[in-house]
Each structure stands twice: as C-alpha cells, then as structure tokens.
Design a protein. Structure first.
Length: 392
C-alpha cells in the first residue's frame, strides 16, 4: 500500500425576487342561493410539512481544511509522526509513533482534545500496525519483521506484559509488514509489503495479505499481488475484506493508479506486471481494484463508518486516507469517501473527497473511534486530528 513506508524507515534511520402584482379588486354582488343548493366544501387539511435537515455548527482548528457542511476538525493531540491508530476497550486512543513508542491518549472531558498522553509501550521499531483483540483487550503491534502482543494487566495505562506472536517476517527492503485487523473468523489479518518497487519477490510472503491463527500459531498467505497493502478493513455488513494498495513508481506520473481492493482468498491482484484495468496479456487471472485514486497519491489508511454521529448516508461507507506523493507534490491530500455497491460477486464504487487538507498535511493512519469521530494521524506535522459532525 504505502509508497511512503520505506520513506518512513528513512525518516527514522524515513477536499430575483419579483413583486407580485396586486390582485384585481372584486366587487361582490348579492346572490340568493337556496339552502338546498349550497355545495359542500371539502374538509380543511393542513399543508404537508417539509422537513429540512439542520446543519450543526462547526469549527476548524486546521486552517485551509475543506470539510463537508456541518463537520468540524480539531487538533486532538501533538504527537511525533503517528503511524498507526486504534482504540482500547475503554475507548482510549492508542497511537504508534515513528519514535518506536506506543502512546495512550485520553479525552476525559469529551471536548475533542486529549487530556492525557503517556507511553503505553516502547521499543517497537517502525510500528505500522495496531489493533486490539475484541474480547481480551490485548494490543497487537505490527513492527518491522514481527508482531507483538501487549497487555496491561493492572489497568494503569502501561503495558506490563508482552510476547512475540510472529517474527522473522521479510521486512528489510522497500516495504514491510503493515497494519493488521481481526476478522470475524478470529484470524488476525495483515498487509505485507514488497521489498522492491517492481520485482519478482524471492520470499512468497512479500506483497501479500497474510493471516495468523493466534491460538494455534498457524500462518498462511491469504492473497497475493499487492505491492504495499498498507491498511485492511472488514466490511461491517458482509465481513468481507478490503485493502488499500499503492502501485509501482517507475512508469511515470500518470500510472498506475492507487487502489482499494476487494480481497478474496487466493486472489491474485497483479503486482508487479498488472495494474489499473489489468487487461494486458498475462493478466487474465488477476483481479482489478474496486476503486481507484490518483497515481502515486498513496492511498493508505482505511476504515468503515459504523457510528451514530455522522449523517445516516455515511453508514457503512469506506474512508481512505490519501497521504500524498513524493514524486508529484502537487497532488492533493485528505480523506476520500468510497460508497461501495455489491454487483455480480464484486463491488462498484463512487469515490469523492470527504475532506481536503491544506498543503503540507499528509495523513497516514485513519480510524473511527468509539465516539463516532474520525481520527487522522498527520505524519509530517506531528499531529492527530479529530473530525466530527458538529462541535464536541
């Protein structure tokens, strides 16, 4: 998914009024009407009410941001180069940072700004993935070459127990292991980047979606041909898997497009030789994306909206963070909204800007919180933003 992934490691070591004419004067005339001939009038009815949605008050703490009507953006926290976001079972924000720490942030007064920020765990080099087990509350961290499991047994906001779930992942090249998420089947799914810009990988685990059975230790490759699937998410209605992906950089500024893919088991998604419509010779068995974004714009963070805060038309839509481009700095950054419609075993999509950021803001992780707001990590400007409908 993410062309910037290698750049992350380099940084570390890398949207006429007209007046009505007066009616003519009518002079009444007297008419005698027999009582038996007076026509009956229909009963009076009240006019049908017209309901207009009320757009709430809004505010912006990031000058130059273009938001949809009624939405607000606040600077939730200042935090060095956020790389991944999730929420614990108490609704606290967990943020991975390029400084190798995992932070825990709380908003006790619910004003949209973090009240406390402290280190939850430390020592995880290039942590690009965070998720929380929905039952145990354990925190799973995807960092270079491994996945660790962290616990806070005494609930003091600091991890006091850790273990390695997976190690030895091939992560020494251009990309590495990325974000991770639990599926409805209980398996832990994760994007695994390529080692190169465009090559035949020596290790079959690169450029794939992998999954892990956390009970038995079993691991397997779920889908292939994805150059850098930075983030994954499961559709809230169907439980089906989706992943963002970023294409190769050696074909000029006009190709290939960045992608949102509908992931099926054993699916082949084309990297390195097939892209966009995937209609070239040799691409007959590959699966094209269900949504596309500007070439080299780096479609990274991914989540589905299931909260109750946004207007109802946003329910179950996908949201994709557009990081921006080192190759083409003129590209806009922000968050895209993707409306997915099932069709013939796959999906069609309608893609539009949900929010556009000012020049220089580059969103990496995005995640919806328990409060229904969208949290966005700005990797370049050391910030986490909170986007809500109305003002907190």
């Amino acid at each position: 998914m993410k062309t910037p992934t290698i750049l992350l490691s380099l940084a570390l070591a890398l949207i006429a009024c007209q007046t009505a004419a007066a009616p003519p004067t009518v002079v009444p005339t007297s008419t005698t009407v027999s009582a038996t001939t007076v026509p009956s009038l229909p009963p009076e009815t009240s006019p049908t009410p017209v309901y207009t949605a009320t757009i709430p008050a809004s505010t912006s703490e990031l000058e130059g941001t273009i938001l949809q009507a009624g939405f607000s953006i606040l600077k939730f926290s200042t935090l060095y180069r956020p790389t991944a976001l999730t929420f614990d079972l108490n609704g606290n924000v967990l943020v991975a940072s390029a400084d190798n720490n995992i932070y825990i942030l709380t908003d006790n007064d619910k004003d949209g700004h973090a009240d406390t920020q402290s280190v939850f765990a430390t020592g995880y080099y290039i942590p690009l993935g965070l998720t929380v087990h929905p039952v145990t509350g354990e925190v799973y961290v995807s960092y270079q070459g491994a996945i660790a499991v962290l616990s806070d047994t005494n609930q003091d906001g600091v991890s006091d127990s850790s273990r390695i779930l997976v190690e030895g992942l091939p992560s020494t090249g251009r990309h590495q292991n990325n974000n991770l998420e639990f599926g409805t089947d209980g398996w832990l799914y994760m994007g695994m980047g390529s080692t190169c810009d465009a090559c035949a990988e020596a290790d079959a685990r690169n450029a794939t979606i992998m999954r892990f059975n956390i009970e038995t230790g079993e691991k397997e490759t779920y889908a292939t041909g994805l150059r850098n699937p930075f983030d994954i998410a499961f559709h809230p209605l169907t439980g089906e898997l989706f992943a963002t992906d970023n294409g190769r950089d050696d074909l000029g500024l006009g190709a290939p497009q960045e992608e949102l893919n509908f992931i099926v088991q054993n699916g082949k998604y084309g990297f390195p030789n097939c892209w966009d419509a995937q209609d070239a010779p040799g691409c007959e068995e590959t699966i094209p994306a269900v949504a596309f974004f500007e070439p080299h714009s780096s479609a990274d963070g991914l989540d589905f909206y299931t909260g109750a805060q946004f207007p109802s038309e946003y329910q179950n839509n996908a949201f994709v963070g557009i990081f921006g481009s080192w190759l083409n700095p003129s590209l806009e950054t922000g968050v895209k909204r993707v409306i997915l419609t099932p069709q013939n075993g796959t999906y069609t999509s309608d893609v539009s800007w949900f929010v556009k950021f000012p020049k220089g803001v580059m969103p990496l992780p995005i995640q919806f919180g328990n409060d229904g707001a969208l949290y966005v990590g700005d990797y370049i400007n050391d910030a986490v933003y909170r986007i809500s409908y109305g003002v907190p």
